[in-house]
Design a protein around this ligand. Structure first.
Ligand code: CP
Length: 306
């Protein structure tokens, strides 16, 4: 039995296979419509979500399976003090696979150690968000045709943004990847990623504050929201929340084929006037999230479709 806690739980070959499967699902959805008949997915979300929870549920329904779960800690027995270890033992009696989001880093890992069914980390605190990374990789590979030899700009809340941490870990396995880390001083990438990942593996990167300076050289611009829920005081959040706003004017400095990604939800960091630009692919990205989660459910359940 396999779980998914981090994108690194999949080798590069396994990841390629998963992305190929997701592309096949995109092209031939009817082939997969009954692949999970009789199977159940539990979504255990202790933190708010629109995309991740609903795309997991859509993925299982598209595969012919069923879904059950809870959308907040308040509506589960966590509100009465039940631990994730006990909860997953119970969920193992009701479902075949579980996607779990939790505000505490490592909570889905703790759950996986007590689980009798595959557990997928659907986001744990400011730590990792591996299925968002699978979504991002599928989007980039499908629209650019490759995952190597690119300059990737990561912009916004690089300190608390778990999607950024997971994406860096995944992309450094491909040759010719270079990062431009665009953030205010207070929201710089954590040192465990700068020192232990980027510097330790000799991945080229620069850290800058102004988006306008960085944008002309980028192949992909990955915008992120300032993570209000991880701030300790409101004053800091208010000061930093509108630090970056991608406007049509700033986008005019970018390459014609640069992609703009965003894990969403967006607050103010991308002006709605950018939405109609062909380089803005964040809504397409959410659609790719369904295909890749379908592929992941099939892979972890060991179901293959001829
Ligand atoms: N991208 C993402 O994780 O969105 P949700 O918080 O809506 O699931």
């Amino acid at each position: 039995m396999r779980h998914l806690m981090s994108p690194l739980d999949l080798s590069v070959d396994e990841l390629d296979e998963l992305l190929n499967l997701a592309n096949d699902i995109e092209k031939h959805p009817e082939k997969y419509a009954h692949a999970c008949d009789g199977k159940k997915l539990a979504t255990c979300f202790y933190e708010p979500s629109t995309r991740t929870r609903l795309s997991f549920e859509a993925a299982m329904l598209n595969l012919g399976g069923s879904v059950l779960g809870f959308a907040s800690a308040d509506s589960s027995s966590a509100a009465k003090g039940e631990s994730v270890s006990d909860t997953i033992r119970i969920i193992s009696c009701y479902a075949d696979i579980c996607a779990m989001r939790h505000p505490k880093e490592g909570a889905p890992l703790v759950a996986s150690q007590k689980s009798r069914i595959p557990v997928i980390n659907a986001g744990d605190g400011g730590h990792q968000h591996p299925t968002q990374t699978l979504t991002d990789l599928l989007t980039i590979r499908s629209l650019k045709g490759r995952l190597d030899n690119m300059t990737i700009g990561l912009c916004g809340d690089l300190k608390f943004g778990r999607t950024v941490h997971s994406l860096i870990n995944a992309l450094i396995r491909y040759p010719g990847i270079r990062f431009v880390l665009i953030s205010p001083e207070e929201l710089k990438i954590p040192s465990y990623i700068r020192e232990d990942v980027l510097k330790a593996k000799q991945i080229p990167f620069t850290e800058v504050e102004r988006l306008e300076d960085a944008i002309p050289e980028l192949d992909v611009l990955y915008m992120t929201r300032v993570q209000k829920e991880r701030f300790f005081n409101e004053e800091d959040y208010v000061r930093l929340k509108d630090f970056y706003i991608l406007t049509r004017e700033k986008l005019s400095l970018a390459k014609e084929d640069m992609l703009v990604l965003h894990p969403l939800p967006r607050v103010n960091e991308i002006s709605v006037e950018v939405d109609d630009d062909p380089r803005a692919v964040y809504f397409k990205q959410a659609q790719y999230g369904v295909y890749v989660r379908m592929a992941l459910i099939l892979t972890l359940l060991g179901i293959s479709v001829e």
